[in-house]
Design a protein around this ligand. Structure first.
Ligand SMILES: [Zn+2]
Length: 409
């Protein structure tokens, strides 16, 4: 019921709504949810799933059409009598702003009620590590986007933000970034006047995969978000697992090398000290300085400061043996760590996402070979390992799914 205040903003103008008004809004919310999830439905379909009489559904639909949320979009097949009218959401009646906020970049998009981007995805080369007033910066970009596409505040359901680091989902406080003692969502909401919902970046990826990607219709899936760090989100029994405070999924900090290097978290030999993009970069810079033979050298003009993860992934795809070996070592460490998770969760699918998914082919084979070494064959056989089809867009699409889940809550 909570979502009706976002979906029917105009009905909440300060006055206390009566019970029958709330019931009607609740019914309209259910109709909108059915049409969002199943696209084209007849009054008969709606009446069956919502368990309300045909006249009640018809009246609510008429109001939704007057409000511009629903359109009659055609005539369906007859099941004996007259051919029924088919209804669908007006895709341009409501919008969601999705924001993928990362350490060094921001990706933003405006999505319509059919989850389609209204425009291209905007990629900005600045992020949490490089902007001082990142919330103010985002608020400015949001108003620029709304002006550019002539979208009114009243038709925006909300802003979804994907954020890395430790975030306490109960209080909304973020500890790694934007640690101001105030929830990130309220900071942005105050500046934009819009509802804001925040999700941890790896769980945003899981929202994306579960709603629009390869985890759709599956129940037990591990989503790995591999970029400069390593994140994990688990879909258990069809639900995205949070943990007590929302900290679940710090897979990158499982120890795999007891005599290994110091991790930025303060522990020794974490997976992230062996397998992350950040470690791959440090190693490549050192190796190239010391004379390693690789295509990368000419791409960066011998200047290791210009090296980034993308350069390594591109070199691997060109067949560069050095880059392929680098990725293989990352895959091996991931495979060793994933063996533990397979034993714990018995997943049917493991999705490799995040920036490194662009070179997933070079990660999957070493992951598989180490899974075969370190896990029990019978459990191992249940789990397929695939590259995300949404790739780097999974988190952004996930923020859209997150907002919609709040609208229909
Ligand atoms: Zn660590």
């Amino acid at each position: 019921m909570a979502g009706i205040k976002y979906l029917f903003k105009h009905s909440f103008n300060g006055e206390q709504l009566k019970n029958n008004q709330l019931r009607k809004l609740n019914l309209k919310q259910q109709i909108v949810r059915e049409l969002y999830q199943h696209s084209n439905l007849s009054i008969h379909n709606l009446s069956k799933t919502i368990h309300m009489s045909t006249p009640t559904i018809t009246r609510a639909l008429e109001e939704l059409m007057q409000e511009g949320l629903v359109n009659e979009i055609g005539i369906g097949e007859s099941t004996g009598g007259r051919r029924p009218s088919i209804y669908g959401l007006n895709p341009l009646s409501r919008f969601v702003i999705g924001i993928d906020l990362e350490r060094y970049f921001i990706r933003m998009g405006v999505f319509n009620f059919a989850n389609e981007p209204v425009s291209e995805i905007h990629e900005l080369n600045t992020g949490l590590e490089t902007q001082n007033d990142i919330i103010g910066f985002i608020a400015e970009k949001v108003s620029e986007l709304m002006a550019a596409y002539s979208i009114d505040t009243s038709s925006i359901l909300g802003i979804g933000i994907s954020l890395p680091g430790l975030i306490d989902m109960r209080s909304g406080l973020s500890y790694t970034y934007l640690n101001t003692g105030k929830p990130v969502a309220s900071m942005l909401s105050e500046l934009t006047g819009l509802p804001v919902f925040v999700e941890h970046d790896t769980r945003a990826m899981a929202w994306g995969e579960k709603s629009f990607g390869l985890a759709r219709d599956l129940k037990n899936v591990l989503c790995l978000n591999i970029g400069s760090g390593i994140g994990l989100s688990t879909i258990l029994d069809g639900k995205i697992y949070m943990g007590h405070s929302g900290y679940a999924g710090e897979f990158g900090h499982i120890q795999i090398e007891p005599n290994g290097h110091l991790c930025h978290c303060g522990k020794i030999g974490c997976i992230e000290t062996v397998a992350s993009g950040k470690v791959m970069l440090t190693k490549a810079r050192k190796d190239i300085t010391e004379g390693a033979i690789t295509l990368i050298r000419s791409v960066i003009g011998n200047d290791v400061a210009r090296l980034n993860i993308r350069t390594i992934l591109n070199a691997a795809r060109e067949g560069d043996q050095y880059a392929i070996d680098l990725l293989a070592r990352t895959g091996e460490a991931l495979g060793k760590g994933l063996a533990t998770l397979i034993h714990l969760f018995n997943p049917e699918l493991i999705i490799i996402g995040g920036e490194m998914s662009k070179a997933a082919d070079y990660l999957i084979a070493p992951i598989e070979s180490n899974l075969n070494i370190y896990s029990i064959a019978r459990i191992r056989r249940d789990a397929s390992i695939v590259a995300s089809e949404l790739g780097d867009n999974a988190r952004l699409m996930g923020t859209v799914a997150l907002v919609m889940s709040k609208i229909f809550a």
